[in-house]
Write a protein that binds this ligand. Sequence first.
Ligand code: NVA
Length: 303
Amino acid sequence: MRNFLSVTDLIPDEIISVVERASAFKQGASSNALAGKVGVMIFDKPSLRTKLSFDVGIGKLGGRAIYFSHEEIGMDFRETAEDIGRVVSRMSDFAVVRTFDHSKVERLSEAASITVINALTDGEHPCQALADLQTIREVKGSYQGFKTAYVGDGNNVAASLALAVASVGGSLTIGSPEGYQLPEDVLKKAQTIASETGGTIEQVTSPEAAVSDASIVYTDVWTSMGQEAESRVRKKDFVGFQVNPQLLENAAPEVKIMHDLPAHPGEEVSVGLLDEPRSIVFDQAENRLHAQMGLMDFLLSDG
Ligand code: NVA
């Protein structure tokens, strides 16, 4: 039984193989890996892409999804993460969990006896990173030989992206203001993985330096779910870190723009940028479905 709480729960070869399965599903391959299986989705935060893609993906693999919102379960309010893990293990085959503190999904999975998949925590968004790798590979044909830049908050999305790009030997530069950089342990882990795969993970405080000659420029919101009280301060602290046509003049001519969505146009991206032909955000969103089907097929197949 395997969990997927962090990108690092899969070794690099497994990540590559999951993304290959994802591409096969996108091209029409099918699997009955979840026939007769029930996946419980426990979501403490709102969701469009993650909820839809898991629900649809579980169905396409022959399984059944049951969704619980924060109001219905209330992790650590109505009952503990541990008790939720124990109870869902008695009646279902795997759990897909979106919550706040990363330690909650760890505690739930330690008490559970079924596979647990992280559908976003404050620490990581590993399913997003699988879809990101699939999208990057579609556009560039490989993972190596070009630069990806991430501009903005060193948050859950940035952490999983750094670990994923490192795993496939890619090159990533993250540009964040002081105080909003990747947690030190995540940066070290990504750099250690990169040193074994031939990748490079760098962190800078200049957005121009981050995007310089980049073929992919990725950004995410400045204020993540749960940080709403900090929104005013963050808007000030991130001045100069907006991905806009001017900043993109520093990037490679063929640059493509990525964003995990939802976006806040006028903040981390200029208004209209994600509607331009160089934006690949809707391919990226669609790939959530294929990437998670690849993941579930890998983690949950009986044979
Ligand atoms: N960093 C964002 C990602 C949303 C999909 C958040 O956690 O709110």
